[in-house]
Design a binder for this molecule. Structure first.
Ligand SMILES: Nc1nc2c(ncn2[C@@H]2O[C@H](COP(=O)(O)OP(=O)(O)OP(=O)(O)O)[C@@H](O)[C@H]2O)c(=O)[nH]1
Ligand SMILES: [Mg+2]
Length: 286
């Protein structure tokens, strides 16, 4: 039995969470086209024949701007302790540059094997992929370099095999049928936040947090908090149309998770400056 932990590092929005989901063969972490989607460490567990690969999906590496992003950055740093390897994700569609080199300095100093995934190679010309791989190769003394598309699944099986090959012999850290360490309340809150992120723009997505208050047999009660009245108006929408749409879009996956039909009751509230409120951050598990 091989088992162990791999931290997933990279700039915001490069596709870390999408890749963790692909490696685990199912949804563990929410995904959006907005940076800073992932705010806490989420274990995605890939169970296979004779192995258990535990991936620590992490917030993107960034310069902290407020207590929220400070906490996120601290999470990244502390998650590098005691890992068997690092999966360093870069975006093939973006210039590989200073941000990636900043992360490289950190991860290559950890003393564990670093596997670089050049993600989002779908629909890119082979020549462009080749030159991005060359740039990525200069980031540091990597163990392996894999072109992948988390979206189409191209290269994901090969990458998984590579990571599993780096794991030591070890026990099962989680039951073999478990795919994430998140409590079901947190998973539901994240699914609601995913839809709120998908439907909002600019500063609004960053100001959204979601908490699940109660899961009853037929009703799930959640609070969606933003920081200002104008953000609240956006989230509520005309005659409640926005919050209704968020609920409608989030419900199928929530029902799938719970294995039953539920009514989703989402209250939109203003929590001024929750991103600077240590108690609020703690409650959100950030
Ligand atoms: N075309 C393409 N898009 C991708 C791929 N992987 C991820 N994306 C998109 O990239 C965006 C960001 O994906 P995430 O998985 O949320 O990125 P992340 O690195 O976890 O982002 P943060 O949590 O904010 O740091 C989303 O719009 C994804 O759909 C890929 O292989 N190909
Ligand atoms: Mg993410």
């Amino acid at each position: 039995m091989r088992s162990g932990f791999v931290a997933v590092a990279g700039r915001p929005n490069v596709g870390k969470s999408t890749l963790v989901n692909a490696l685990c063969g199912g949804k563990v972490a929410i995904v959006s086209d907005k940076p800073q989607t992932t705010r806490r460490r989420i274990f995605g567990i890939a169970n296979g024949d004779g192995h258990q690969l535990v991936l620590a999906d992490l917030p993107g590496f960034q310069r902290p701007r407020d207590p929220l992003t400070e906490h996120m950055q601290r999470t990244v740093e502390s998650s590098f302790e005691d890992v068997d390897a690092v999966l360093f994700v870069v975006d093939a569609r973006e210039r590989i540059g200073a941000g990636d080199r900043f992360i490289a300095r950190r991860v290559f100093a950890l003393g564990v094997p670093v596997v670089i995934a050049v993600n989002k190679v779908d629909r890119l010309k082979p020549g462009h992929v080749a030159s991005q791989m060359q740039t990525a190769a200069a980031l540091g003394d990597f163990h392996a370099l894999h072109p992948v598309s988390a979206k189409t699944g191209d290269g994901v099986a090969e990458l998984r095999d590579e990571l599993v090959g780096l794991l030591p012999e070890g026990p099962l850290y989680f039951p073999a049928d478990q795919r994430t360490d998140l409590a079901v309340e947190t998973q539901i809150a994240e699914l609601v936040r995913e839809q709120a992120l998908a439907l909002t723009r600019e500063e609004v997505p960053h100001a959204i947090s979601v908490e699940v208050e109660e899961i009853e047999e037929k009703v799930v009660r959640a609070t969606l908090a933003v920081e200002t009245d104008s953000q609240k108006q956006i989230l509520v929408g005309k005659a409640g149309s926005m919050v209704k749409q968020i609920g409608t879009r989030a419900r199928p996956e929530i029902e799938h998770l719970l294995g039953r039909k539920v009514f989703l009751d989402i209250q939109v509230k203003v929590r001024p400056r929750w991103r600077r409120d240590e108690a609020a951050l703690e409650r959100l598990g950030i």
